[in-house]
Design a protein around this ligand. Structure first.
Ligand code: DGJ
Length: 743
């Protein structure tokens, strides 16, 4: 890994063993992009990559010559209006109304390690030799505006982290109206664009299409990364698949409004960018002030989409997630939400906890409804003190009782919200985000607190910290159940209203950070009506996230499969719930529900007392399995094998670092009959090791890694004929977990 700068040509080469990133100071002082991809050698000169022929109807920078047009040059951080007509990475509105800027190279510095971003989540290094960082300082002379492009290349991961920092060194205040975290001009358009789209209950479905000339994008304008789109997209070569071929992933470490966009011009150059959504955004930068963009991470893989995902998994699991829980085995939890909803007493909760303990659960989580007047959706949000009628000993008493049973205790909060029917709202009606003299829309009868204001965040912090200080709380589920409308803050002047969406997220990060700091051993799980804020920004503060409210085992295969493109298994909260399923009214086998959920941060979302004795035994076995294998499942190399979006079968597997153990999950959606003989080609094993195939504790035979990967593991089931009476039949929503152990 390293960074070379060639003084003669002005070329920079960031590299590790597998990837190269080339750029140069162009003739006009702006930064040009040359190459991102598989490692190429260090050379004296990559000048041939700067292509600028005369093209009619273009505009040219220099008088009396027709060769230097920004429209046709690949750039690093482009602006609009100085001969480039494509969508820019930045735009600054100045006092005279102009939006033209001209940022030219001033200097650069490079150093070992990686800087933290003030107030923002970011990947990090544990020692300086893990990464090299380059900072390129550019200046717009007229405006005396400075801009630093920050690049970190990791040594062991094929990833480059980027962000941009603006500093106003002049005398004039100006508005930044667009500041992407990353912009990358690629020389061709031979890509498929993969996005992760959905809605509540069906988050992160995989959608793929061929790049076309013009602009294609996904974005959020909701104040959250959202259920609907994810701040993550892939550009893959059409011939690349899960296991081979060239793939690039672009991920924004941010939880608010974002834009991910590819613009293909009519010369088939692709401009990819990702950052804060410029729609509705502006940031007023006064003299002496700085503005730091969120971080974007781009990953290059020559080993297909699994290769790309594995890089994101390692990076986000070990160098984005932080703290006490990062490397610890996550507790098996039971959450009371679907067991009781709002209808509980302390006695009922303790009974649920007692049964959970009996079956091996380690953490009991009390969800919504424990505080103030909150016995339904209409009141109490914002008043974070226990409802003493429901919980006579308060949270303190309840948490002590749960701990006395030998369980840890966890608690639900929705700290960003308020009901109108609450003490908080009555005392501070101007603390909600709303536009003066206009109607304020509700979502689930609640309003969004103005986290752009420090006094609001301070107030909430004190309230929640008090409970955490006095009770035995080991886990927090941090929910967020609506998006922002009528965005306006009473705490800021007119010229700063374009900052509020972003300031809200900064306030959210600040609250998380303060709670992480004061309570470092509490495990945080983020949540937003299920998976409405499953993004890398929050993984920095909360190493796991509730993946979706949809706990149906079949639907979950799609949701977890889609989520796995960027996010590690350890980050996906995944629970077994009751059937018929509360979201789909569908019944699936208990085994299948467990087999899907064990590929996540595992738990239950039900009252175990409602199960039969036989089912309770299945639960005990699931928990034994999870405790035995969770470390391997969370830290092993994860491979997607068969996609639920493409057929009747879904499969994925994890392989231990030393390749001596692996676990394969294999799901069949609808049963079939008199069908083909089937095999499943496994991945990531050691060709020469002999593996025992163990299913439900039974050793069913031994096969070499090379057999399992090339011939395949036999998965033929009873459906390959008419199932004989007595043979273990399969059924709809059927599943298998197969453990591979080498000798
Ligand atoms: C939405 C979450 O996704 C659920 O799990 C639950 O916590 C409810 N909110 C509680 O209101």
């Amino acid at each position: 890994m390293g960074i070379n700068f060639n003084k003669n040509t002005g070329e920079f080469h960031l590299y590790n063993d597998n990837i190269s990133y080339l750029m140069k100071i162009m003739r006009n002082g702006q930064m040009g992009q040359l190459y991102f991809g598989k490692r190429v050698p260090q050379k004296d000169n990559y000048d041939y990559l700067t292509e600028n022929r005369y093209r009619p109807v273009s505009a040219y920078v220099y008088d009396n010559e027709y060769s230097f047009s920004l429209e046709h040059l690949k750039q690093e951080y482009p602006s609009y209006g100085t001969t480039d007509f494509r969508m820019p990475a930045l735009e600054i509105l100045q006092q005279n109304g102009s939006r033209i800027t001209d940022f030219k190279y001033v200097s650069h510095k490079q150093y070992k390690g990686k800087p933290a971003l003030k107030g923002l989540p970011a990947t990090y290094t544990e020692s300086d030799d893990e990464a090299d960082t380059l900072e390129i300082l550019l200046r717009d002379e007229l405006l005396q505006a400075e801009m630093t492009l920050i690049y970190t290349v990791f040594g062991k991961e094929n990833a480059i982290a980027r962000s941009v920092c603006f500093e106003n060194k002049g005398k004039e205040k100006y508005q930044i109206t667009r500041a992407m975290s990353l912009s990358l001009d690629l020389p061709d358009d031979e890509y498929e664009w993969v996005q992760f789209s959905g809605a509540w209950g069906r988050e992160r479905y995989v959608k793929t299409r061929r790049l076309q000339q013009g602009v294609q994008s996904v974005s959020s304008t909701r104040g959250a990364s959202s259920h609907h789109q994810n701040p993550f997209v892939i550009l893959k070569r059409p011939t690349a698949d899960e296991f081979q071929g060239e793939v690039m992933g672009f991920s924004l470490v941010y939880s608010g409004n974002f834009l991910a966009q590819a613009e293909v011009d009519t010369y088939n150059v692709t401009r990819m960018m990702i950052g804060i959504n410029p729609f509705g955004f502006s940031w007023c930068l006064s003299p002496g002030e700085e503005f730091q963009t969120p971080e974007a991470v781009m990953v290059y893989s020559a080993e297909g989409m699994n290769g790309m995902s594995q890089t994101f998994h390692r990076l986000y699991r070990t160098r984005l997630a932080r703290g006490y829980w990062r490397d610890k085995e996550r507790p098996v939890l039971l959450n009371n939400w679907e067991a009781t909803y709002f209808d509980f007493t302390e006695e009922k909760l303790l009974e649920i906890a007692k049964n959970a303990k009996a079956d091996g659960v380690e953490l009991f989580v009390l969800d919504d409804g424990w505080f103030s007047t909150r016995c339904g959706e209409t009141s109490g949000l914002g008043d974070w003190w226990p409802n003493m009628e429901r919980l006579p000993g308060g949270i303190k008493g309840l948490s002590e009782k749960v701990e006395a049973m030998g369980l840890k205790f966890g608690l639900w909060f929705e700290l960003e919200m308020v009901n109108r029917d609450s003490e908080l709202y009555r005392a501070h009606p101007d603390w909600i985000l709303h536009t003066p003299n206009r109607h304020a829309s509700h979502g689930r009868k609640q309003y969004v607190l103005d986290f752009s204001r420090k006094e609001v965040v301070d107030y909430i912090y004190e309230m929640v910290a008090k409970i955490l200080r006095e009770s035995k709380i080991s886990y927090i589920k941090w929910d967020m159940n609506r998006n922002i409308t009528e965005c306006f803050s009473a705490g800021y002047p007119a010229e700063q209203q374009g900052e509020i969406f972003h300031r809200y997220i900064l306030g959210l990060y600040d609250l998380y950070d303060r709670l992480n700091t004061e309570f470092p051993e509490i495990l945080f799980e983020s949540c937003a009506s299920g998976g409405g804020r499953f993004d890398p920004g929050l993984l920095y503060y909360a190493p796991q996230c509730w993946t979706s409210d949809d706990t149906d085992a079949s639907e979950r295969q799609k949701i977890q499969y889609g989520t796995s493109y960027a996010y590690p298994v350890s980050s996906m909260g995944a629970h077994v719930s009751i059937t018929p399923n509360h979201q789909l009214n569908r019944s699936t086998p208990l085994k299948t529900r467990g087999d899907v959920a064990c590929f996540g941060a595992f738990g239950y979302e039900l009252d175990l007392a409602k199960l039969t004795a036989e089912e309770r035994e299945v639960v005990r076995e699931q928990i034994r399995f999870v405790k035995k294998y969770r470390k391997l499942i969370h830290t092993g190399t994860f491979y997607r094998l068969l996609s639920p979006f493409e057929g009747n079968f879904t499969s994925w597997m994890v392989v231990s670092e030393d390749k001596k153990q692996a676990i394969v999950a294999y799901f069949k959606t609808l049963n079939d009959v008199n069908r083909e003989y089937r095999k499943l080609r496994l991945k990531g094993l050691d060709e020469n090791l002999l593996y025992h195939i163990i299913e439900e504790e039974t050793d069913t035979g031994s096969f070499y890694g090379s057999e399992l990967m090339n011939i395949g593991m036999v998965t033929t089931d009873a459906s390959a004929g008419e199932a004989p009476i007595g043979e273990k039949a399969c059924c709809d929503f059927w599943s298998r977990i197969i453990v591979l152990k080498s000798e």
